[in-house]
Structure formats: C-alpha cells, structure tokens
Design a protein around this ligand. Structure first.
Ligand code: AHG
Ligand code: MN
Ligand code: MN
Ligand code: MN
Length: 337
C-alpha cells in the first residue's frame, strides 16, 4: 500500500476541495510538527528531566506540570513566526497571545490544550494535545486581536484535532468533512495516513465517567449511570462495561475506534451547569471530531457546538460519543435540577 504522508494528504485535500486554504494547510503542518516535538520530549521522561510539577498554578487553579509548560511553549514557539495566525490561546495561559508585531499577522486563531491528561504524565500513561482552529474576524487586520474574537461557537471551527502520546503516537484531524487518522513513523519522522473517514462503531456498551464524583451530579445523571450498572436485569436491558483513563483524548480515541460514551457531567461544585472540562480547547474540538465521526456531543441537553462561549476558559458539562447513547442520556434529564 502506498504511504500517504500528512503533507501529501493536506495538499491533496487542498486540490480536491477548496475547503482547505493554503494558510490553513501550513498552520496544520506547523501544529503537527510541534506535536512531534512534544512526543519526543515526553518520550525522554526521567532522562530528559521533564517529569514532575512546577511550583505554580495555571488560571484554572491547577498545579502545572513541567510538561504542561514545555508543551505550551513548543506550540507557541512553532506557531508564532509563521504568518498563519492572528493570535493563539491555551489552557496554560490566562490571556490570549496576539502575534507580536515583528511577525506578519495571519487569518486564523489557534486554541489548544498543550497536554491533556496532565495527571498521567508522571505515571507513564497516555496523554495528548488538543487543538481548535477558528477564523479571525476580518476586522483584526486593522486592529489588535481581543479575547472576544475567540468567543465563537464550536460549529465555526475550521479545523480541529488531537495528538496522542501513547503506545503509538497518533494524530486525528478534521476540517469539518470527515475524520482522518495518522500514525507517527518515528524512524522517518513523518505522520502517515492510517485511517480515512473514521466512524464511531455503534452498539458498544461502554461508558467513561469519574464515578467518584457521583454525589455532585444531577439526580438524572446518577440514575443514568445506575441503570448502566444494573446491566441486563435493569431498565436498559444490557450489560455495560466501564473505562476511565483520566485523559479525555485517550477516552475519545477509544470511542472513535470501539464505540461507547464519555461523560464529564454537570457538577454541583461548579456554577452554571458546568463540569470540569473547558469548552474552547477540550469540548469544542473533540465535539467536532465526534460529530464528524457520526457521533453526538452535548452538555446533557444542548449541542456543544452551538454553545456561545462567554470566556476563554469557560467550563462545560460534556456528554459525547455514540449518537444513540448520547440520546439515551438526554432522556434522563441529566442537567441540574
Ligand atoms: P488537563 O490535564 O488538560 O487539565 O485535563 C484533564 C481532564 C481530562 O483530560 C480528563 O478527562 C479529566 O480531566 C480527568 O479528570 P479526573 O481528575 O476527574 O479524573
Ligand atoms: Mn490542566
Ligand atoms: Mn485537558
Ligand atoms: Mn491540559
């Protein structure tokens, strides 16, 4: 079989349909290259002195791991000078980062979670990078970019993707028309297309949720999970399995390959129906990928991609995966009372 590298795939996409403008193609090349650098950095582990925490917190009040900051800077340094972006923003930076005046200003906005699953870094489990690309409003060619320019609903994303640093290093991409999977060939150093048009397999009864938070959920969500656990003797009439990796990207990758559902429900400790996860750099990009793979993504009731963001680090409840199972959750009224 002929090997199709990411570069070739992107050029072919650009030729096939004009949905992929050259500047967006170059931007994705840069992000994918940065993910390669992050992968090699993570791989060094203890030998590279990259494990462990820094004595500081990010804007979410989480203690930053060294790799959260290293990966954040790799993505920043790779993207700043290329002329494809007007600004970027990240989980690990409180404010947006406009492209400095010494570089040309591009047409796009990049939002990313440099390391998703930070708590897994030091215990050698899969972590990943999640990214979302938006078009900058035209007006920013003549003025400074602001946070408000980023606050577009997820359906306006022009591209979304993630990389996983696990047993294999993989990259999953969508431009809003199908989902494509690549695997890193570490000897050659290139991403190779390994799956076209990824579709979530239907019917696999497997749910992913952090059960230790049950007491903080809405009653409907507790009932949904109780019914899954009740198995074939309960109202769902079928046995369910459970998996929870602690890295949303890894759980979503499993759902793309095997089916099932991922939940980070509304939690009474958070205001406004929000769970722990962040809308702009976790739920939106993964929501677009899940929808493009034939699945559904909601906050329990509303479609994630239709939620108008009100701030960069806004949190949201997340229910995503196989369409039929997401619809089943909606029937439980799993929102707050
Ligand atoms: P991050 O490491 O980017 O802060 O995100 C962690 C998220 C997500 O990846 C995962 O599903 C969830 O937090 C795990 O939360 P628990 O600590 O509740 O398991
Ligand atoms: Mn974090
Ligand atoms: Mn994350
Ligand atoms: Mn993170």
């Amino acid at each position: 079989m002929q090997r199709i590298t990411l570069s070739r795939f992107l050029i072919e996409q650009q030729r096939q349909d004009n949905n992929l403008p050259p500047q967006l193609r170059l931007l994705i090349e840069v992000v994918a290259r940065a993910c390669k650098a992050i992968s090699f950095t993570i791989n060094k582990g203890e030998l590279g002195g990259v494990l462990g925490s820094l004595g500081q917190q990010n804007v979410q009040g989480e203690v930053q791991k060294k790799l959260d900051v290293i990966a954040n800077d790799i993505l920043l340094d790779a993207n700043e000078w290329g002329g494809n972006l007007a600004a970027l923003a990240s989980e690990e930076m409180e404010a947006i980062h406009p492209i400095p005046h010494r570089y040309p200003k591009g047409e796009y906005l990049l939002v990313y979670d440099p390391i998703d699953g930070s708590s897994n870094i030091d215990v050698n489990l899969s972590v990943g990078t999640i990214f979302s690309v938006l078009k900058a409003p035209e007006a920013v060619s003549g003025r400074a970019v602001t946070e408000a320019d980023f606050l577009q609903p997820g359906r306006q994303q022009v591209a979304a993707g993630y990389a996983i640093y696990g047993p294999q290093t993989t990259l999953v991409l969508t431009f809003g028309s199908g989902v494509f999977g690549f695997t890193l060939d570490r000897e050659v150093g290139s991403w190779v297309l390994t799956q076209r048009n990824i579709t979530i397999p239907a019917g696999h009864r497997e749910f992913a949720v952090n059960m230790s938070n049950q007491r903080h959920w809405a009653p409907g969500m507790r009932r949904y999970v109780a019914d899954c656990i009740a198995g074939r003797d309960g109202p769902r009439g079928a046995d369910f399995n459970m998996r929870w990796t602690g890295s949303m990207v890894a759980d979503i990758e499993r759902i793309l390959r095997r089916g099932g559902i991922f939940l980070y429900p509304w939690d009474s400790r958070e205001p406004d129906r929000a769970g722990k996860l962040r809308l702009m750099y976790e739920a939106n990009p993964l929501g677009l990928i899940i929808e493009q793979a034939g699945g559904a993504a909601t906050d329990g009731a509303r479609r994630i991609l239709d939620i108008p963001p009100d701030s960069l680090h806004q949190r949201v409840a997340v229910v995503m995966g196989c369409t039929a199972e997401v619809a089943a959750v909606a029937g439980y009224a799993a929102e707050p009372p």
